[in-house]
Write a protein that binds this ligand. Structure first.
Ligand code: ADP
Ligand code: MG
Length: 335
């Protein structure tokens, strides 16, 4: 790497990333060689397939200048874990490429805490990365495993399959508006506002459910760009269209209180940053799904189905609706 740094690259890595900064970060036996050499060496369990995902967060584009460092550390890892969840994979290890404008130890402490706390929850280990000077940007790569042929794809859904979403989509988009200071004169309480902000700042990737969906779901995607658009991506990849029942969207009480039911619906359909799972199951797998949801203590709601007509159709009480809001224009032409 290049670039002058007061703390020094190696001290920085040692202090914040190499030695587990928090006791919750376990050391895994499958890491033969972690941070410190030219590359890491890990051992995948025999017969397992490797699943890899990488996402970059750039200041000004993916997060606001002045964002909580802890949230940034959490989100940089969470968005990648969410991708592995959507594949039905078990995460094992991760790498971090950090570009820093300056060595700011308060930032590094918060950032590494956010990162290590989430890593500890999922028992995954940081095995390497890169540190450079430049405009603030964070890339995380997560590596995981899945049994051969078992990965959940976007493309496996069939006409007649039921479409589900976990959690309460839209909350994170409302939380982002609050973070940006774009929401004034709200009817929702301070506690509800805090809850919405937390949903944006600290999304919880649905790893356990993703794993449980292997053998049940026919297709799966994680919701990062808005539920309607991501559901359409799943349907299109599966050679189908999708019908969404907008009266069946699981809207949280906080989101409903935020700016009322119409905005709640719009944010749930088009908001983004949810990191929930949207998945299809054959109708015959409903009972198996209910068992899995109880086992992993995750809520999911049936919001629609896969159909033969390509594209996205929104229904309210069974009848097609056009949502007038401009935010929906791109769905009308998509697919
Ligand atoms: P090289 O020049 O051989 O690529 P570096 O000097 O970039 O090595 O990194 C030294 C070691 O520290 C490597 O093991 C690398 O994976 C690790 N490393 C560098 N930056 C980070 C980081 N931000 N997080 C975790 N590990 C890192
Ligand atoms: Mg090297």
């Amino acid at each position: 790497m290049a670039g002058a740094k007061p703390l020094g690259e190696f001290d920085l890595i040692d202090r914040y990333f190499r030695v587990p900064a928090l006791a919750s970060t376990a050391v895994r036996a499958d890491v033969t060689l972690g941070i410190g050499d030219d590359a890491a060496v890990v051992t995948l369990p025999p017969g397992q397939q490797l699943v890899a995902a990488l996402d970059t967060l750039v200041e000004g584009r993916h997060f606001l200048a002045g964002t909580s460092a802890q949230s940034l550390g959490h989100r940089a890892l969470a968005v990648n874990l969410s991708d592995l969840a959507a594949m039905g994979a078990t995460p094992l290890w991760y790498l971090l490429a950090l570009t820093l404008p300056r060595v700011d130890e308060a930032f590094l402490l918060g950032f590494s805490q956010g990162l290590h706390q989430l890593a500890g929850l999922h028992d995954i280990v940081l095995i390497g990365g890169d540190t450079t000077a430049g405009p603030l940007s964070v890339s995380v790569q997560v590596l995981g495993k899945v049994s051969p042929g078992q990965a959940l794809l976007r493309s496996g859904a069939r006409i007649g399959d039921l479409l589900y979403v976990t959690g309460t989509p839209g909350d994170a988009a409302a939380g982002l508006q609050l973070e940006r200071g774009l929401a004034a004169d709200l009817a929702c309480s301070a506690a509800q506002q805090l809850e919405l902000r937390q949903r944006f700042l600290f999304p919880a990737p649905r790893i356990a459910l993703g794993r449980a969906l292997v053998g049940i779901a026919s297709a799966c995607i994680d919701v990062s760009d808005g539920l309607a658009g991501d559901a359409l991506k799943l349907a299109t990849a599966s050679g189908c269209g999708v019908q969404l029942h907008i009266d069946k969207l699981p809207l949280s009480a906080s989101l409903l209180a935020f700016k009322g039911p119409l905005v709640a619906r719009e944010l749930a359909l088009a908001g983004g940053d949810d990191y929930e799972l949207c998945f299809a199951i054959p109708p015959a797998r409903q009972a198996a799904l209910e068992d899995s949801l109880i086992n992993v203590k995750c809520a999911a709601s049936c919001i629609g189905s896969l159909v033969g007509d390509p594209g996205l159709q929104l229904l309210e009480r069974g009848k097609p609706v056009q949502l007038q809001h401009s935010g929906f224009d791109h769905f009308a032409t998509a697919g």
